[in-house]
Design a protein around this ligand. Sequence first.
Ligand code: KG4
Ligand code: ZN
Length: 352
Amino acid sequence: MGHILAIESSCDETAAAVVGYGGGLRVKSNIIASQIDAHKIYGGVVPEIASRKHIECITQVTEQALAQGGVGFGEIDAVAVTYAPGLVGALLVGVNYAKSLAFALKKPLIPVHHIEGHICANYIASPGLRPPFVCLVASGGHATIALAEDDTEYRVLAKTRDDAPGEAFDKIARALGLGYPGGPAVQEAAKNGRGDAFQFPRVQFDGSLDFSFSGVKTSVINTLHNYKQKGEEVPVHDIAASFQSAVVQVLAERLIACAKKARVKRVALAGGVASNTMLRTLAEQRAKEEGLEFYCPPPVLCTDNAVMIAARAFYDLRRGKYGKNDLNAVAALSLGEREAQASHRETTLCKP
Ligand code: KG4
Ligand code: ZN
């Protein structure tokens, strides 16, 4: 069995994982050092703090991943790393660390697009899943519905025109005084509220399946201000539940609509927001009603991790497509875009 060592540092989690391949993908370790406590007091991720924390713990996290996987550096066959998109300073820490490792070990360096990684978490959770399938990636920085045409080709069918859903969850949680990260906090508060108490907007564009979450966010904030101005008690649970329903219903409906448009029979979820219980339940129920197969990774593989990066890297490794040793981090790079620096050309230095 070969082994991929993967590194992920695009946002506020420093993660490393060892995944075995040959007769299927096997997770040997999955180490995630969360920086939540460092960012909590600011109500969101502070880029400079994120970079510094990654530098502080990337070596330890990698060593832990190897130890837990029972694998030494000598048994690593490739080093995979997230190079885009994300916070550029945070990405650079992982990219430079992975480049150094690949160079020192004389093993291939495999650059991975973060969103493609999220989608490939489904291959770990459901080894039987094969393309084509349509996947909703909903996270703190992204909202995309993509068609996985084969193991390495993705086509965007719909995307957000403004905010990402996770970002909306985080902002609303902060406004409601529920803490950070907002997704789990809103989900918890929503348990004791009515999802139909407020009718927050569900935006639909003519002739497009794209999303928009800025309207629902503004509407929730305005509702909140109205209560505060009148000196009335804010119905936090009802607002949380109604906001969650508005976002989740749009996401689930668009996923089904995209699957119909692409004429595929399988739908999947990915990204941090895919840990949301209501989204998982509703998307599965809607998929069943439409006769579609439904796939979703467990929550630990929905939020940022390095296992998903290894899973995506496996398909490039198998084809002999490696990154160049002058690989750079790229802050903004939409899914499916091919970028010169990570053009997967073979190099002499990083080739085994
Ligand atoms: O995929 P992820 O870990 O990082 C990015 O690539 O952005 O996603 C993090 C986002 C955060 O905005 C967080 O609030 C959201 O996922 N999230 C959730 C839940 N768990 C995490 N949103 C809704 N419900 C949840 N249970
Ligand atoms: Zn992510």
